[in-house]
Ligand binder design. Structure first.
Ligand code: GLU
Length: 295
């Protein structure tokens, strides 16, 4: 692959404003793409209006802009992509990689995750509510993470079968992320290690849709003082758009880089220029750390 075939992306779910943990992921994916002379895309994964305050998308885009993390391509909104997800589901149903599932959470729990009443062989929409699930094949996938090295992940048919479209009619993350990575020709994914356990499942969805999966680099997540991932649910504060240079310096340090203190007198563009010249992904720490350790 030539260098400029590199296409990376930052793909936040807009459950709240950009916080320090998501700035780190945005910055790492940006630096990886730009230092490979690649494109860096922004994709808003707004699939679940019940969990997404309407103002969050604009807040995230404004914060990225304030930190000069911008893309020449306009941001993609997954809420505009329902027809593509529908088509992918149709393809997966037709090729018997997906099935209509009526099992309730309670039933699945009682049966250890096994689907009753030939659920997994159902290829026609049943009466009443149903989800659509991907039919995984049991395997132990072995693949290379670009930071964490060799990964071995066991995927269990039935028990781990991801939902592609929920009973409520919403398209699920596992489907949409793969459909859009394929459609946008993403060659390299840089994202938080909270998504690492899902990677082997996503690789099967890529292949079922006739595509080779991209390369992955998972960044260990930053934890709060209670050991939880920084997120909207754990009340991570929004990033302060008035301090972009300072925030970028903190994010670089969290990524194991050694920018000189006082770099650029707080100018975000100077910090980014330094980062593009001096980026060393091999220095990214491989363990999750608490916020206190990286600031
Ligand atoms: N939208 C996902 C999230 O915010 C990330 C998707 C991905 O990078 O694969 O957690």
């Amino acid at each position: 692959m030539t260098e400029n075939a590199y296409r990376g992306r930052f793909a936040p779910s807009p459950t709240g404003p950009l916080h320090f943990g998501s700035l780190i992921t945005a910055l790492a994916s940006y630096l990886e793409a730009r230092t490979h002379s690649g494109a860096w895309l922004i994709r808003i994964e707004d699939l679940d209006p019940l969990r997404e305050p309407p103002e969050a998308t604009k807040q995230i885009l404004d914060s990225l802009q304030a930190h000069f993390l911008t893309s020449p391509e306009p941001p993609r909104l997954q809420s505009d992509r329902h027809a593509a997800y529908d088509q992918a589901i149709r393809q997966l149903l037709d090729s018997q990689h997906a099935y209509y599932c009526t099992c309730s959470r309670k039933q699945l729990k009682a049966s250890g995750g096994r689907h009753s009443n030939n659920c997994r062989n159902r290829r026609r929409p049943p009466d009443g509510d149903y989800a659509i699930r991907f039919a995984l094949e049991t395997e132990t996938a072995v693949w290379q993470d670009q930071l964490l090295g060799e990964q071995r992940q066991t995927v269990r048919a039935e028990i781990d079968d991801p939902v592609l479209r929920r009973k409520e009619g919403f398209y699920a993350y596992q489907l949409a992320v793969v459909v859009d990575d394929i459609d946008q020709h993403i060659s390299h994914v840089v994202r938080g290690s909270d998504l690492l356990p899902l990677t082997a499942r996503q690789q099967q969805i890529f292949r079922a849709l006739g595509n080779e999966p991209p390369a992955w680099l998972h960044i260990p997540v930053i934890l709060n003082s209670e050991g939880q991932k920084l997120s909207k649910q754990t009340h991570a504060p929004a990033i302060d758009n008035q301090q972009p240079g300072t925030n970028l310096l903190r994010a670089l340090r969290a990524l194991g880089q050694h920018p000189p203190s006082g770099l650029g007198g707080g100018s975000p563009l100077q910090v980014l220029d330094w980062a593009l010249e001096n980026w060393q992904p091999g220095r990214i720490p491989k363990q999750s750390r608490s916020e206190g350790e990286v600031t």
